[in-house]
Design a protein around this ligand. Structure first.
Ligand code: KG4
Ligand code: ZN
Length: 356
C-alpha cells in the first residue's frame, strides 16, 4: 500500500510517500520538507495564522515534488495520512482539508494520525529499527513524555512534564540569552564554549520517586543566574556560554536520570528517543552511557527525522491504513489537544514489526 503522508501541525510543511510492501527505510519512496523557521524568527516564535497561510501555499507544490521524486502519479496512491493533532488548529486544518480533498478526488481512504505517534515510531524508518517492546522518550517543543511501547497503538504513559516541555525550556533559555528561535540548537552550540564547573543548576524532580518532569523552575533559575552575572558585570560571551552549559547539563542530566529509572522500572532493554530535542548531542552522550551500563540499546531517527517531518506521518498512516483504519469520508479530523494514551492498536492489525 502506497501512502502519502502530510505533516502541518506547527511550522514545518512535511510530505512523504511510504510503501508497506517494502520494510524499514526502503519503504520510504520520497520525502520533502519546507521549514517556516525563517519566517517566524522575526517574531521569536511561531505565529499561528502565518503558519496556516504558509502551509496553504507550500503543501500542494511539495506533494507534486515528492510524487515526482518517487516517480509516481497521484493515481498510484492507495491512501493519504495526515497529522490530525496535537498541534495548532489552523495549521492542522490545512493538512486535514488537503488530505480529505485529495482522497475524495482519488477515491482512496484518508486517515488522521497522531503527531507524537509519528515521532515515537520515526526510528522504524532506519535500518536498525527497534523491535517492540521499548521505552520511548519523546522530547519536543510541546511534549516531554516517557512511554512504554508494546506495539503499534499500545502505549502506557510512564511520566510527563507537569509544566514546560524540554524543547520549550531550551527555546525560552535561548530567548533570555538573545539567541534566535528555535533556540535548542543555538543554546547547544553556545554551551560548547561554556565551563561546566562554573555554575550548577538544579535537576528538577530527580530527588523523589516517579517519572514526571518539571522544567519551569529551571527556567526561573536560569533567569536569576543571568541577572546575577549581569549585575556583576560578568554577562560576557563566556558568561552567557557558562549559563547555556549549566542549563543544558541540567536538562540532559534530568532526562538521563528519568530514562535510567524507566529502563530499570520496566526491565526493558531498548530505548527510543525522538522529537526535536533528541538531536541534542550531549543528551545522546548521556543516554549512551546509561544504556551501556544496562546492556540496553538506544535508537534514534536520523537527524532530519528527529524534528517534524512528513516521513513519520506517512509511516504511521501506512501501518494503520494497511490494517483497515480510515476516516469517515468527508469528515476531517483536527484535534489540537489529543493525549497519546487515547490511541489504540488497530483491530486485526497486520503491522510491520521488525525483528531485533
Ligand atoms: O519535534 P519538533 O521539531 O517540534 C515539535 O513538535 O515541537 O521539536 C522542536 C524543538 C524545539 O523546541 C527546538 O528548540 C528543539 O526541538 N531542538 C533542540 C535541538 N534541536 C532542536 N533542543 C536541544 N538541542 C538541539 N540540538
Ligand atoms: Zn514534533
Amino acid at each position: 500500500m502506497r501512502v502519502l503522508g502530510i505533516e502541518t501541525s506547527c511550522d514545518e510543511t512535511g510530505v512523504a510517500v511510504y510503501d508497506t510492501a517494502l520494510s524499514g527505510g526502503d519503504g520510504l519512496l520520497g520525502d520533502a520538507l519546507y521549514s517556516q523557521v525563517a519566517m517566524h524568527a522575526d517574531y521569536g516564535g511561531v505565529v499561528p495564522e502565518l503558519a496556516s497561510r504558509d502551509h496553504t501555499r507550500k503543501l500542494l507544490p511539495l506533494v507534486e515534488q515528492v510524487l515526482a521524486d518517487a516517480r509516481m502519479t497521484r493515481g498510484e496512491l492507495d491512501g493519504i495520512a495526515y497529522t490530525a493533532g496535537p498541534g495548532l488548529v489552523g495549521a492542522l486544518m490545512v493538512g486535514a482539508a488537503t488530505a480529505h480533498g485529495m482522497a475524495r478526488g482519488l477515491n482512496i481512504p484518508a486517515l488522521g494520525v497522531h503527531h507524537m505517534e509519528g515521532h515515537l515510531l520515526a526510528p522504524m524508518l532506519e535500518d536498525d529499527a527497534p523491535a517492540f517492546p521499548f521505552v520511548a522518550l519523546l522530547v519536543s517543543g510541546g511534549h516531554t513524555q516517557l512511554v512504554e511501547v508494546q506495539g503499534l497503538g499500545e502505549y502506557r504513559l510512564l511520566g510527563e512534564s507537569v509544566d514546560d516541555a524540554a524543547g520549550e525550556a531550551f527555546d525560552k533559555t535561548a530567548k533570555m540569552l538573545d539567541l534566535p528561535y528555535p533556540g535548542g540548537p543555538h543554546v547547544a552550540r553556545l554551551a560548547e564554549q561554556g565551563d561546566p564547573a562554573r555554575l550548577r543548576f538544579p535537576r528538577p524532580m530527580t530527588d523523589r520517586p516517579g517519572l514526571d518532569f518539571s522544567f519551569s523552575g529551571l527556567k526561573t533559575h536560569t533567569l536569576t543566574a543571568i541577572h546575577k552575572l549581569n549585575a556583576a558585570g560578568e554577562l560576557t560571551e563566556q558568561g552567557r556560554a557558562d549559563v547555556a552549559r549549566a542549563f543544558e547539563d541540567a536538562v540532559v542530566d534530568t532526562l538521563t536520570i528519568k530514562c535510567r529509572r524507566a529502563l530499570d522500572d520496566t526491565g526493558l532493554k531498548r530505548l527510543v528517543v525522538a522529537g526535536g530535542v533528541s538531536a541534542n548531542a550531549r543528551l545522546r552522550e548521556g543516554l549512551a552511557k546509561a544504556c551501556a551500563k544496562r546492556r540496553a540499546a538506544a535508537f534514534y531517527p536520523r537527524g532530519r527525522f528527529c524534528t517534524d517531518n512528513g516521513a513519520m506521518i506517512a509511516y504511521v498512516g501506512a501501518q494503520r491504513l494497511a490494517a483497515g483504519e480510515r476516516d469517515t469520508p468527508g469528515q476531517m479530523q483536527a484535534t489540537p489537544r489529543w493525549p497519546l494514551e487515547q490511541l489504540r492498536a488497530p483491530a486485526g492489525a497486520e503491522t510491520e514489526s521488525p525483528t531485533p
